[in-house]
Design a protein around this ligand. Sequence first.
Ligand SMILES: [Ca+2]
Length: 556
Amino acid sequence: MSPSTVPVVVVIAIVAGCAARDTSMTSATPGALPRGLNVPEANAACATLGGRAIDSGRIVEARWVAAGTERARQPPANLEVGEPLPEHCVVRGRLDERIGADGKPYHTGFELRLPTAWNGRFVYQGGGGNDGIVLNAVGRNTGARGWVDNALVGGAAAVSTDAGHQGPEPQFGLDPQARIEHAYRAHERTARTARTLLAAYYGRAPDRSYFVGCSGGGRQGMMFSQRYPELFDGIVAVAPAMRVAQGASIAASWTVQKLLAIAPRGADGKPLLAQSLTNDDLRVVADAVLARCDADDGLEDGLVQRPCALDPSVLQCPAAKAPGCLAKAQVDALRDVMAGPRDSAGRALYFGWPWDPGIAAPDWRNWTMGTAGEGQPPNARHITLIAGALGHEFATPPDPSLSTINFDFDRDPPRLAAFHRIYGTADDTRLDGFRRRGGKLLFFHGTADPIFSSIEMEDYQRRIDATHGPTPAGAFSRLFLVPGMTHCSGGPATDAFDGLAAITRWVEMGEAPERIVARGTSGALEGASRPLCRWPKVAIHTGSGEPRDAGTFVCR
Ligand SMILES: [Ca+2]
């Protein structure tokens, strides 16, 4: 059967009815017997994939990779990380090649990696940012070790895509079809094409299909659960961009404008955003959070497990600005930032942010203020990444002059509504199709995330619980907050956690996660372990035993 003639309906029926799973366990991830091809078969099959036509596209490269000759390449520097990859066939292709309304060429690029000793699993590796890059499809996992503990090393087939445009710049948003591709269509096409190629290569459909992604990738996972519920058995969405077009981008604008207003001026008279709050200032804030709330969870360990009600006025210097305290203008700006954006009538336009010691971590600065010195262009991601997306993609019609710096909180939010309707994933909490097929949703979110608030994530899970009742909802959707973690990883946190293993055990063995052991990767928590607890529970030290050991904590 040629790949272009594999009936998708049949493929789905095979997966839905498939119960052939090996339940032996040799590691944290339930094992499946290798069910791939022998080496000569696989090599020949890889060669025949090269250059063949596929539905609305073509394969441009099919390359054989001998065992141990490549490792995962972690962007942005493409450092080689993790164990050597097993023997596999890597396929690169283009779907839907076309000329856009802007006169530029577009296609949906993808990469699919097919291990010879296949464990029967298929992993869709979510993207992020503006996408536009085909990252190596190794099945990136969650957290700080996502590229290291990838799915391909464990024997899964994995796919990635550029989401329908080429290059990470936001100008693709000027083409209406490219927006649609980015929102959902390129992802559906990539997923279905990958399934077709899996069937052609292995002669059968995957036993189980998973999605793993963070940020924009988390949004893509939610999108699949809502619009194409038949495609995945388990979805892991970390810090999903569920209303970035008409929510988080407004919050980024609010934050940037509040901080610019207090920024010192350079010799050229321009505000120095990076100096609105110095690293020492942010340390003052973090220390105040710790002083107020670290012990609330029973252990002074640098992690704040429960919501912290900090009154920022305690940060204010009694007189002039001095070390160890903040100026009144800084305190006022910080109070506004942390409360979240509002219009002139006081209506909330997004969520607020939890007080967390991770505010002093580099990632918080990198998003909100950046590090640019005098005479350098601003490099805060709220200005580089978010402002570009805001004007080119999120606004309808596009308005490249719109940015986070000049965003008007009364006039401009409605300009984002149309694209939010196709891009946002915050509204659907019924998830009928996904729930009925037995799909599982696993969410993670860092409580020091500076671009998507963990309060937004709690709100979504709370609405799922309200829609279905907490017990039925918990049967298919669970949230794990990561105290101290910034965006996707980083921060004073136990930010190494194996979301793929957790979703696999839930889907294949029925083990719904209550606690997931995570490890610290830097700072005082390096090497320490903690349970991440099923929200709304948090990790509480039992009062005895080594506090660097997750086994001495309970979730409650
Ligand atoms: Ca604590």
